[in-house]
Every structure is written in structure tokens, then in C-alpha cells.
Ligand binder design. Structure first.
Ligand SMILES: [Zn+2]
Length: 551
């Protein structure tokens, strides 16, 4: 059992950190002994007989003076630590030390150690770490990471550092990894429905933009080697077809929702639909740009969305003002509830509009989950994590972070990558997921596989890669449900002899969870067939070597 000492202002970050780590812990009680004691905030450790004490603090502490360890640099933010194949940006206070001993993290520039092993009076090991873990969790889950650190799953790395310290000390550790039983990770395919038909855009900015990019940009794309002649041909044919689309003679080539149901390979996907047309919404007291307004209403596509629902796909709210305005949010949510007949609705905001108060607004509205936290200009981990998490200021709403968005990868003015460059970035995200578990949330817009974007081949490759690497393809709603069950799992309910984990809900057919046990010489283990999906009630147990394997 891990005991935690932290300041009250860090309590919600501590609780969420251990929901993501999912290992037994409690806030430190003075009358109890712990195998591992974690001291954050000011690093004051109660007298303890713990085998391992980890002291996290980004400022100089009495323990440093006591051990004669000099602080070599002290700063707020602007530091990257590296070690064990990881790069971890530190956003709060941090210090480095003058110490020659072994350390697991060093300042990337100065190479000074950011950790050291201190002498302990009681015989246990004390490891001093030069930043505050829970202050970092606060920053990641509230403000998020800047774009330049998008590719770093910082929160997963923080978990990994702590796990390595515990496991390498030979202390037994149980955890329920964020990995559905029988798979390596979750691939969540989502589609923001912004432009389900080009015929709704006659002589507007969207139509002229389409013509310009289809005729001119794709020609330059071919000349610069960024697009193929076949793409140019397809786009020019689409331009010639356009009048016939407007006349209703030719098929509307932006109407691609049914194509996605075939591409998404039998898994369930999620489609976020805009409730009302012609409403740009507002931000910071001002009207949003007029071209944020949609050319369609959810009611216009009700027939096709109901068909998608009947095939098992999910329809969510692509919110206009729901992120900041409760009365408008209620109207938007009610419209999607009316059309879908579903009570539990998830959201993603159009243009990813969101701020720190949005989780509380959405929770008040009764939204089931949100999936807006991501970047418009980058792919990766805004909140530093591939796991579904609970924003720190709400009680029930969960956030499914968005990791890979088509427009962020390819649009000029955003990352503007070639398919090869984009593949590298996306593969790294999938590789992190196979290593740490969690979910890769993908947003491929409705029109992105159609002219003039034609990002179909890349999307198909991405799906193949996920399939090959062992993904469970799940809708956003099912992904969130799976994480809710993991959050509900209690270690007290664990019956290791029977290899069973009790869950409060048992009705849903979702993959199970498994227990990973490190340094478990004394525990009875049930090594079920890991490749087989288990029923929701069974918990497989997996023994892990005394040394933790990364990758
Ligand atoms: Zn949108």
C-alpha cells in the first residue's frame, strides 16, 4: 500500500493521479505503516518505517541541507528532464542537484541529476525528486501542455517513473493497467460532422475554398511532390461534377458518413453532429467568426444518423455554445437527445472551443463525457495522457482526450505535413499506446476522405496500423464506459484466489480488465490466456518480472 502526504490544494490531483495509475493507495494516516510513502508539497515526511519514501518537491528542502546535497539550479517551468527513454517537461518549480550517485532523471541541457538517493535513518530508501508530482498533474489536467510538447505523454511518464522506483526497490505492486483484456490499447474513431453535403454551400466561402484548393492547391501539390496525379485528376473531376451535384443529378461527394461505417471495419464509431445551422456561437463575449456557423442542422441529417445508430454507431453533440453557456447548451443537447432518442450524450465542441470552466458547465448540463481536449494545430497529448480522465473541478464528467486530428496534420497553416511525416508522428502515438495502454482518439472529419482533401489512404493506413498493433476499436461512449468500470474497480474487492474482480455494473459487454502484479513472489497467480477477451467479471492476473519492462 502507498501512503501519500500532500497539501489539501493537491488532493484532487492526487486522487486523479491514482485513478490513472490504478494501484492501492490512501492519504497517509499517522497510525499506519506503508510499504511506500510519497511526500509532496513541502516534503515533510512523517516519521515512517516505509521501505521506500519518495520525496517530491521543486524547491530546496531541509533533507538536501541535511545530506549536504547542493542545489545546482532552481527554476519555474522551462525544464525538460530525460532518462529511461523518456523526456518529461516540468511546468512548475524544479531543482537539480550536485550528486554523483545513480539517478533516473537528468536535466536535458545541463545533465545535472534531478533525483538522488538520500540516507534514511530508519533503514528504508529515500529518493528525492526535484519537482512536485502533483503540481505537475494539476498543470497537465487543468492548463494542459503547450503545442511544442504535444508529442510527450507526460502524465504516463510520471506514472512510469514512480512505478520504476517502486518496482526496482523490490516492493510488490498491484495495478490494473489501462488496457482492455485481450488487446493492447483502445482505438477510438470519431468523426466531426462539419460539412455533410457540399450542395448546402452554394456561392459561399466553403464552396469557393473548395474550388480554389481542388483546382489550384492540388496542382501545386503535384508539382511539389505532396500529392499524386491521381488526386489531381479526382479533384478536377469533382469540380466538373459540382454543377450536377447542385442540380441533384450527381451524388454529393461530401456525403461520406456511410463510407466511414465501411472503413471503420466493424467497430463502433462516434459521429459528432452540429445541432443548429447558421449559428457561429460566441467566445469571450463576442460573436465567433461567421464561417464557424454550420450549413446544416442535425435535423437535416436525422435519417442518416438514425441509420448509423441502428448499426451500433454513436451520435454525439458537436457543440456550438455548450462549452460556456448553460441555456444554449441545454438547447443544443436537447436537440441531439430528441433526434437520437438517447439520454446519455457525449460532446465535442466545434473548433475545439473550450476553457477551464467548460467541464463544470458540461457536467451541470448532464453531459456523459466530453472529447474536446486536444489541439487544433498539433497531434498528441494536450493533457499529457492517453487515458480518459476526470477534470479536477467536476465529480462525474469524464474527458476523453483527442489525440489525432486530420486537419492538424495536413492543413497549411497547421502542421502541413506530408503523409510520410504525418505517419511518423501518428506511429509514435500508437507505439506509446501499445507500451502504456490507454486510448488513441482519432478525429477524421466527415469530408476529409472526399475531394478535395482525399485523406482516405492515410486514414486507411492508420486503421491498419491500429489493427496490427492490437487495438480494440470502440466508440467514444464505450471507451468512456470501459474507463468508468476501471475507475469503479476496488482493490478491496479483489479475490486473487478466484482471479476475480467484482464490478458494480455487469450488464455491458465490454472487454474485461486484468491485474498486473510486480514482485509477486508470494501471490497466487492465475495466468489465463491473455489473447482471449474475457467476460466483464473476470480479472486476469499477469505476473511481471521484478524489473519493469518498458516497451
Ligand atoms: Zn467542427
Amino acid at each position: 500500500m502507498i501512503g501519500v502526504v500532500a497539501s489539501p490544494s493537491q488532493y484532487s490531483a492526487v486522487e486523479e493521479f491514482f485513478e490513472l495509475f490504478k494501484t492501492p493507495w490512501e492519504f497517509c494516516k499517522t497510525d499506519r505503516n506503508y510499504e511506500v510513502l510519497i511526500c509532496a508539497d513541502d516534503g515533510t515526511a512523517p516519521h515512517s518505517s516505509a521501505n521506500l519514501t519518495v520525496v517530491y518537491c521543486g524547491r530546496k528542502l531541509p533533507i538536501d541541507a541535511f545530506g549536504n546535497v547542493e542545489i545546482t539550479s532552481s527554476r519555474r517551468g522551462r525544464r525538460v528532464l530525460s532518462g529511461d527513454g523518456m523526456r518529461i517537461p516540468i511546468y512548475g518549480d524544479s531543482v537539480t542537484f550536485a550528486n554523483d550517485g545513480a539517478c533516473i532523471l537528468r536535466d536535458e541541457e545541463s545533465r545535472h541529476p534531478a533525483t538522488y538517493t538520500a540516507c534514511a535513518a530508519g533503514g528504508g530508501t529515500v529518493i528525492r525528486i526535484g519537482y512536485d508530482l502533483f503540481d505537475e498533474v494539476n498543470v497537465l489536467l487543468i492548463e494542459g501542455q503547450p503545442c511544442e510538447n504535444a508529442s510527450i505523454p507526460a502524465l504516463e511518464f510520471h506514472i512510469s517513473v514512480l512505478r520504476t522506483l517502486i518496482v526496482s526497490s523490490g516492493i510488490p505492486l498491484k495495478e490494473i493497467p489501462p488496457v482492455p483484456s485481450g488487446y493492447r490499447f483502445i482505438a477510438c474513431l470519431t468523426h466531426d460532422v462539419d460539412h455533410p453535403a457540399i450542395r448546402r454551400h452554394m456561392f459561399d466561402r466553403t464552396m469557393f475554398g473548395f474550388l480554389y484548393r481542388a483546382v489550384i492547391t492540388s496542382l501545386f501539390g503535384v508539382l511539389r511532390g505532396r500529392a499524386s496525379a491521381r488526386m489531381l485528376f479526382t479533384n478536377w473531376v469533382a469540380v466538373l461534377k459540382l454543377p450536377f451535384v447542385y442540380l441533384g443529378i450527381a451524388k454529393d461527394f461530401w456525403n461520406q458518413l456511410d463510407t466511414y461505417t465501411r472503413l471503420d471495419g466493424g467497430g463502433r464509431s462516434s459521429f459528432f453532429v452540429i445541432p443548429f445551422k447558421g449559428r457561429p456561437g460566441s467566445k469571450e463575449g463576442k460573436l465567433a467568426p461567421s464561417h464557424r456557423a454550420s450549413g446544416y442542422s442535425a435535423a437535416d441529417v436525422a435519417a442518416v444518423t438514425q441509420q448509423l445508430q441502428s448499426e451500433g454507431h454513436e451520435i454525439g453533440l458537436h457543440g456550438i455554445d455548450a462549452w460556456h453557456d448553460k441555456s444554449k447548451g441545454r438547447e443544443e443537447l436537447d436537440e441531439i437527445r430528441r433526434i437520437t432518442g438517447e439520454r446519455e450524450i457525449g460532446t465535442r465542441m466545434h473548433w475545439l472551443y473550450f476553457d477551464n470552466r467548460s467541464p463544470a458547465v458540461l457536467e451541470d448540463l448532464g453531459v456523459d463525457y466530453d472529447s474536446t481536449v486536444g489541439y487544433n494545430e498539433a497531434v498528441g497529448y494536450r493533457a499529457g495522457t492517453a487515458q480518459v480522465y476526470k477534470p479536477l473541478n467536476v465529480t462525474r464528467l469524464l474527458e476523453l482526450p483527442l489525440h489525432v486530428m486530420d486537419t492538424a496534420l495536413f492543413l497549411s497553416g497547421r502542421q502541413h505535413l506530408s503523409p510520410t511525416e504525418a505517419s511518423k508522428l501518428v506511429e509514435a502515438i500508437i507505439d506509446h499506446a501499445t507500451e502504456f495502454g490507454g486510448v488513441v482518439t482519432v478525429n477524421w472529419h466527415d469530408r476529409s476522405i472526399a475531394p478535395e482533401r482525399l485523406w482516405l489512404d492515410f486514414y486507411a493506413q492508420l486503421l491498419d496500423e491500429c489493427k496490427r498493433k492490437g487495438a480494440w476499436f470502440a466508440s467514444a461512449g464505450d471507451t468512456v464506459r470501459w474507463f468508468r468500470r476501471r475507475r469503479a474497480a476496488k482493490f478491496d474487492d479483489l479475490d486473487l484466489k478466484a482471479g476475480k474482480l467484482k464490478h458494480p455494473e455487469t450488464a455491458e459487454r465490454l472487454p474485461g480488465m486484468f491485474l498486473r502484479v510486480h514482485n509477486a513472489g508470494f501471490l497466487p497467480l492465475h495466468n489465463d490466456d491473455m489473447s482471449r477477451g474475457s467476460s466483464v467479471e473476470s480479472a486476469q492476473t499477469e505476473a511481471v518480472d521484478t524489473t519493469l519492462h518498458r516497451g
